[in-house]
Design a protein around this ligand. Structure first.
Ligand code: HEM
Length: 388
């Protein structure tokens, strides 16, 4: 069967779900000859691969875009295998525990209120610029201890680095260098600070075992992983609720449904569409033999609509779906460090938007971005308070 061109950013910009469903049903483990990698479309197979890092390593790349460049294990926690991975994860984990994230709720509520207060709800706005991008960026900047005046540059870096994940070019690599120079100086200053604040930069610098390259890799993964993903969860969620007004009304009436709705948005949108692993030995995956060194691209976007797991209504958006074992945050060793934070951000945003503007209207001109990593809403024209 024909394997869709998942390495083509434009494939994701269109309507990929039908083709992904055919692939999952017809050939859950398939070789994409042109691209030189395997696609894994079934939920079970992805769970198995993700939970066995000895057989399926992250060290040679985790992105579709990594096929175009040389990966070094020091650049981010994403590329590190156990046992080193366990030690690295412990360092930043304390910034992201359920308790720690819950403590951030008042700060986040303040950020969301400020962002929404700044909008004129009777005028059309681009919700990506006005809501979806600023909330996660302000939050992670707060957690990293970045001063407010540096925030515009922060967003420029974040955008350029996320695009580079799909299409690495020299100018984009230069942006990454600017980012590293900036954080190198901040890490130096923090390391010399006799009374450092209790934030993530302090946690990163406090660990004597991390090399400076690893510290910078951490800053980079927190910036990109934490920003773009949550932005697209919120933008995609706004679209999904506008397309399902009955479910939106249900949420506006009963806010206790919002956390479950966020899980369904995660499944439905799957902001990170795929991540990869490399087989360390010959192995059988879903009944298919693959050689050592094979690059296996796990299509979360396909797995999150797998009928074998989500039933015959897997392709329906249902804010009351339960259970909802989606793979939007991955699973196993590298399960998303920021999952609780992303969930909280989405919960606070949707609670507040639905309290203020339960009848918001998505206008013409919604544009998707082209990326092999992120399911992006690039532009989202919206009227928050339509006059009837
Ligand atoms: C909707 C929002 C988000 C989605 C969909 C998402 C998705 C993911 C996925 C799929 C992985 C697994 C990668 C793999 O298995 O190779 C991951 C890992 C990670 N995420 Fe997220 N993420 C989100 C938000 C965040 C936030 C807010 C942060 C931090 C501020 C964050 C930080 C990380 C980090 C550091 C890792 C690497 C963990 C490791 O390798 O052990 N993410 N994320």
């Amino acid at each position: 069967m024909r394997v869709p061109n998942v390495h083509d950013p434009e494939f994701w910009q269109g309507e990929p779900d039908q083709e992904l469903a055919e692939l999952r049903r017809g050939c859950p483990v398939a070789l994409l000859g042109d691209a030189g990698f395997w696609t894994i479309a079934g939920h079970d197979e992805i769970v198995r691969i993700s939970k066995d890092p000895a057989t399926f390593s992250s060290a040679k790349g985790v992105l579709i875009g990594d096929r175009k460049r040389t990966v070094t294990g020091t650049e981010s926690i994403l590329y590190v295998d156990p046992p080193r991975h366990v030690a690295m994860r412990r360092i930043v984990n304390r910034g992201f525990t359920v308790r720690r994230v819950a403590q951030l709720t008042p700060i986040l509520e303040g950020i969301v209120a400020d962002v929404l207060d700044a909008i004129d709800p009777e005028e059309p706005v681009d919700a990506v610029d006005a809501i979806c991008a600023p909330v996660p960026i302000l939050m992670i900047a707060h957690m990293l201890g970045v001063p407010a005046e540096d925030l515009p540059t922060f967003r420029t870096w974040s955008d350029a680095i996320a695009i580079a994940a799909t299409d690495p070019t020299d100018p984009r690599a230069m942006v990454a260098i600017d980012f590293f120079v900036y954080f190198n100086a901040r890490l130096d200053a923090r390391a010399d600070d006799p009374d450092p604040p209790d934030d993530l930069l302090t946690a990163i610098t406090a660990d004597a075992e991390l090399t400076r390259a690893e510290q910078l890799g951490f800053c980079m993964s927190l910036l990109v992983a934490g920003n773009e993903t949550t932005r697209h969860l919120i933008s995609g969620g706004l679209v999904a609720l506008a397309e399902h007004p009955d479910q939106r009304a249900q949420l506006a009436q009963d806010e206790s449904l919002i956390p479950g709705a966020v899980e369904e948005m995660l499944r439905w949108i799957t902001p990170i569409v795929a991540m990869a692993r490399t087989a360390t030995c010959p192995v059988t995956v879903g009944g298919t033999d693959v050689d050592a060194g094979s690059y296996l691209v796990m299509l979360y976007a396909a797995a999150n609509r797998d009928e074998a797991v989500f039933g015959s209504d897997a392709d329906k958006f249902d804010v009351t779906r339960s259970p909802n074992p989606h793979l939007a945050f991955g699973i196993g060793e590298h399960f998303c460090l920021g999952a609780q934070l992303a969930r909280l951000e989405a919960k606070v945003v949707f609670t507040e938007v639905l309290r203020r503007w339960p009848h918001y209207r998505v206008l013409d001109g919604v544009k998707r971005g082209a990326s092999t990593l992120l399911r992006e809403t690039a532009t989202l024209p919206i009227l928050l308070q339509p006059r009837n």
